[in-house]
Design a protein around this ligand. Structure first.
Ligand code: PCA
Length: 336
């Protein structure tokens, strides 16, 4: 047997120390400002909105999971880019990442408008199934447009805000109706209201100046925009749950190393789960607040519900016509 010399053991120990030191340097590097990436992430909704709260938590998770290697700065309330500009801003690498309302881009591709077809999915459960049935197609669509989809979060179910009582869609005739996407503009056409497109960030102002007498959206947006100061009625029609999507441009994505990408994807998956739970939980709170602030929060009358269902049937048929075979396959998967 050879005697065990203390020397190789010492050498091994020194080598280990050296590699530990190297590891420590690598870990410390981002903290010292090396190899750090910064993403600006524009959104169109206020800081207190649950979507924004969720994205801030996502940014914090990413910071933590990457040891500070990727820092995301959220720019709320359309302060960096307005809603209609965010998607193009990311596609052209003007900004690395962003959040959009998918259905705002429905004119570009019907796939973007699937979640805003009235009464196709009007509960959280169905909206989640609809998201799953269309996720792959949507991710591919994003990829073809040079973007990577990270996570999707639903707005609470859409109900009708109005300055006067609405017992049937006939009562909406002639009212100035705020639209936020092609689907809500189409509803105005079908019910004979006067559509005016106004982004959420400008809605308070439009309400205060009387440019808007009615609109369809979530209690969340009703609360964010202080609609209770201008309009008296909210009918909880639960017409659909439109989704916001957080995404990143391909160039910004490709610039990340593998470990950072994986950390972002893990945090994104968690953000999606958390966002769905937050949306549902907060919807009750938002509706209570509307009532506390003096709004009449009611279920729609049987007539209004039936009328709106009809609007939904017309729009489902229209969606299918424009979405073609791909749309049919998605709806078949959803309905299975
Ligand atoms: N709020 C957004 C989109 C859907 C919603 O609930 C808005 O009204 O603009």
């Amino acid at each position: 047997m050879m005697p065990v010399s203390p020397l190789p053991a010492l050498a091994r120990y020194t080598r280990r120390l050296a590699s530990l030191a190297l590891a420590a340097t690598l870990l410390a590097a981002p903290l010292a400002g090396h190899a750090q990436t910064r993403w600006d992430l524009p959104t169109a909704y206020p800081l207190s909105n649950f979507h924004t709260v969720n994205i801030e938590l996502f940014a914090k998770d990413v910071d933590h999971a990457t040891g500070g290697r990727l820092k995301i700065t959220v720019h709320p309330n359309a302060s960096l880019l307005k809603l209609p500009e965010i998607k193009r801003g990311v596609q052209t690498a003007q900004v690395p990442a962003g959040e959009i309302l998918l259905s705002a881009h429905a004119n570009e591709d019907p796939l973007y408008g699937l979640d805003a077809v009235p009464f196709l999915a009007s509960s959280y459960k169905d909206a989640a199934r609809l998201m799953r049935a269309s996720r792959k197609a949507l991710e591919e669509k994003f990829a073809r447009q040079g973007m990577r989809l990270l996570f999707q979060t639903p707005w609470p179910p859409q109900g009708i805000f109005s300055s006067k009582p609405i017992a049937s869609v006939a009562d909406l005739k002639g009212l100035k109706w705020r639209a936020y996407n092609p689907a809500t503009a189409r509803i105005a056409e079908l019910v004979g209201a006067q559509p005016v497109t106004i982004q959420a960030a400008e809605l308070s102002q439009a309400l205060a100046t009387g440019v808007v007498q009615s609109y369809i959206s979530s209690a969340a947006t009703g609360y964010d925009t202080k609609t209770y100061e201008s309009l008296r009625y909210f009918y909880d029609t639960k017409a659909w749950l439109p989704r916001n999507a957080v995404f990143v441009g391909q160039r910004a994505w490709a610039a990340l190393d593998r470990a950072t990408q994986e950390a972002v994807l893990r945090s994104a998956a968690e953000a999606e789960t958390r966002g769905w739970a937050l949306s549902e939980e907060k919807d009750r709170w938002y509706m209570e607040q509307l009532a506390l602030k003096g709004m009449k929060v009611e279920s729609p009358s049987a007539q209004l519900a039936a009328d709106m269902k009809k609007v939904g049937e017309v729009m489902t048929a229209e969606w299918l016509k424009t979405a073609g075979a791909e749309g049919e396959a998605i709806l078949a998967a959803y309905r299975r």
